[in-house]
Design a protein around this ligand. Structure first.
Ligand SMILES: *Cc1c(COP(=O)(O)O)cnc(C)c1O
Length: 381
């Protein structure tokens, strides 16, 4: 049978942790305590320390984490219904959904053609007039916090929420508002996802909110627990968005290998950069400080040949993906989207980009072999 290259082999990724994960998850089952508890607290402490902030609140998933932060700011009177939140047009739909779910208005901004992340130079005066907050999405695992963005946020007094779903462990050379250099500690609050496919994934849904603000942490925790500050006392119209301790146990087993996971992904990215020579492809930039990228995705651009390249690779056993084929503003759920919908860089990328296998389960020799196949690609027209 010819060799095949899966895009993301979750079973292989979890294999080294399997025995300990089963032990730790079983320990939750035999403990008789199925909500909150020691494992959640340990994971919260570890995530706060990682981000160099004071507080972390375990939540049900990344989308709920983002939504809860924005709802908490509304509850605290820092945002009002309809306020604008600047968000990169090139992102996963969850970034937009969180803003809409919190009764706020997404203000999309085009992305930088080199980093595929929010382009601070593309923020217009009109965007700033509408916006009270900015959502910094570290897409593909690349830090998106820049000196320019920091400057805009500080000058304009914007609230800064980070979508760190793809960037766990990524550093920023530009310091955050409170002095941290870690994504998740750069703005006023951040939401992580431990969805199984993320760099550190659970075996189901899980997420984490990080922040320096005690007031925000408390409000998020209450909102995630029926709006209750203490038992049978409800101060907010809350929801149920708590972290499952069985998932916290699984994540805690994997989290200590975060730097090894990032190192392996950087090694794979460097291997692609060295081995792919096909001039039809544009490869992702490796940042000057390699610690700024944790390579959640390795996204190449193949111009008008994207779909034929993808089909060619599939025929040769190389599994690929597209992140993302349709930008959020063009999804049917946003048919009535208020404001600008067309963003030249983002819209072009959607038809040209392709994600190659990059995870720690893909070896450097796999990368070399995939690159060789790519180098032999010639478009049929
Ligand atoms: C995965 C992801 C989310 C949502 O996380 P879930 O845990 O799946 O809710 C949000 N934003 C981005 C950029 C993501 O990749």
């Amino acid at each position: 049978m010819p060799q095949t290259y899966p895009f993301l082999d979750l079973k292989a990724i979890n294999r080294p942790y399997m025995a300990e994960m089963e032990r730790e998850m079983a320990a939750v089952v035999s403990s008789g305590r199925y909500m909150g508890g020691e494992r959640n607290e340990t994971l919260e402490r570890t995530m706060a320390d990682l981000c160099e902030v004071k507080h972390a609140v375990g939540v049900s998933n990344g989308l709920d984490g983002l939504t809860l932060i924005l709802q908490a700011w509304r509850t605290l009177g820092l945002l009002r219904e309809g306020d604008g939140v600047i968000v990169p047009a090139n992102t996963y739909i969850a970034s937009f959904l969180a803003i809409t779910r919190a009764g706020l208005t997404p203000v999309p901004v085009d992305c930088d053609p080199d980093t595929y992340n929010l382009d601070a130079d593309a923020i217009t005066a009109d965007d700033l007039k509408r916006a009270r907050a900015v959502m910094v999405v570290h897409l593909y695992g690349r830090n998106a916090w820049t000196a320019k963005l920091r400057d805009i946020a500080v000058t304009r007094g914007l609230l800064v929420i980070e979508d760190t779903a793809q960037s766990i462990g990524a550093h920023s050379s530009t310091p955050g508002l409170g002095g941290s250099h870690m994504t998740g500690g750069l703005g006023h609050a951040a939401a992580f996802s431990f969805y199984p496919t993320k760099n550190i994934g659970a075996v189901g849904d899980a997420g984490m909110v990080t922040t320096d603000s005690e007031e925000l942490a408390k409000t998020v925790r209450a909102l995630a627990n029926y709006g209750s500050d203490y038992r049978y006392h409800n101060i907010y119209i809350g929801s149920n968005c708590r972290l499952d301790p069985v998932q916290a146990a699984a994540v805690s087993v994997k989290l200590p290998s975060l730097s090894e996971v990032s190192r392996r992904r950087r090694e794979n990215a460097a291997a692609y950069a060295k081995a792919i020579t096909n001039p039809l492809l544009t490869l992702p930039q490796i940042p000057a400080n390699p610690e700024e990228h944790v390579w959640h995705q390795y996204v190449v651009s193949a111009g008008s040949h994207r779909d034929s390249l993808r089909a060619y690779l599939a025929e040769r056993g190389v599994d690929t993906d597209i992140h993302y084929p349709v930008p959020p503003m063009h999804q049917p759920c946003y048919a009535d989207f208020p404001g600008k919908k067309d963003f030249p860089v983002t819209d072009k990328l959607a038809s040209e980009i392709l994600s190659l296998p990059i995870s720690q389960a893909t070896s450097v020799s796999d990368i070399t072999a995939i690159s060789q196949i790519i180098n032999e690609f010639t478009p049929s027209v």
